[in-house]
Design a binder for this molecule. Structure first.
Ligand code: GLN
Length: 283
């Protein structure tokens, strides 16, 4: 693919052909890699098949296709992923935002309509996708993004600059360790994969940071800690909304402390119990 006069049509066809054996979404993969790296729009692929692509760009796209063939997620190759209403910068220092996590954002915004929220902590923030998406919808909201990883916080900071023009505080913290305030809402997508999930995870997930996925032997290590201390960091009537793994609800129930009440289970697009909403019942 490195000959100097490659047309867009040829490049697309050849990329699809190379990706077909390894990706169920080979056409979409080729489309994203070519449009992102070639600085083109989707309609160019249909209307400008004879457009000549410079050798340098063709080589760049060929290298990207090879990375994809090795199993690397598209988002890490392009460095970008759309989540809710914004495009987020992503690197292997952060988890790639999942579509089902958008449901958590929507649930918080729905609550805000009935019970306006003024402050939010987004723990284990990673790319910052949850906290930043919520902040962009509620301009008056005071938001803190926290993560144990300084590399992740650097990405969250970058996303906060581009998407929100800066109005977010970032704190490096192992869960609540460096948090000293109380909030109306805590959002968290903690690492919740079990040891077995970790050992058997698919190739694209192997590119993601273990720290953001590994929830210990039964996947509940961090979930337990988060629940145990949540009410100390919640205002009166504050809520904690947390993403969990498939089938974890029965194991989570015994971990709920007496000052916290599980008030809602939200299912995702695959009807999996994905988000849990807890209310602080301390006075
Ligand atoms: N949903 C992710 C996965 O299945 C896991 C995310 C997490 O551990 N928070 O790969």
């Amino acid at each position: 693919m490195s000959d100097s006069a490659t047309t867009l049509g040829d490049l697309f066809d050849r990329s699809c052909h190379l990706l077909k054996p390894v990706s169920e979404t080979h056409q979409l993969d080729a489309e994203i890699l070519i449009t992102e790296l070639g600085h083109l729009q989707k309609h160019h692929l249909i209307l400008e098949k004879n457009r000549i692509i410079p050798a340098e760009i063709t080589e760049q796209i060929t290298r990207a296709v090879k990375r994809r063939i090795n199993g690397e997620p598209i988002a890490y190759i392009t460095g970008k992923r759309w989540f809710y209403k914004h495009q987020f910068c992503v690197t292997p220092a952060v988890l790639i935002p999942r579509p089902e996590t958008e449901l958590l954002v929507e649930r918080v915004l729905k609550r805000h309509k009935k019970h306006p929220i003024e402050s939010l902590l987004d723990m284990c923030t990673g790319s910052g996708c949850i906290g930043i998406s919520i902040a962009s919808e509620i301009p008056s909201l005071s938001v803190i993004l926290s993560d144990i990883s300084t590399d992740a916080l650097a990405i969250a900071s970058q996303n906060s600059h581009t998407i929100l023009k800066d109005k977010i505080r970032l704190i490096q913290s192992d869960l609540y360790e460096n948090i000293s305030e109380k909030f109306d809402i805590i959002t968290v997508n903690p690492p919740y994969l079990t040891q077995n999930d970790m050992e058997n995870r698919e190739i694209p997930v192997q590119y993601e940071p273990e720290m953001a996925l590994d929830g210990g032997k039964n996947g509940l290590l961090l979930i337990g800690e988060i629940l145990q201390n949540a009410s100390r960091f919640l205002n009166k009537d504050g809520i904690l909304i947390m993403e969990i793994g498939a089938g974890q609800v029965p194991e989570i129930k015994p971990l709920i402390p007496s000052d916290l009440k599980m008030v809602e289970i939200i299912k995702d697009y695959a009807h999996i119990e994905r988000h849990l909403l807890f209310c602080s019942i301390s006075s």
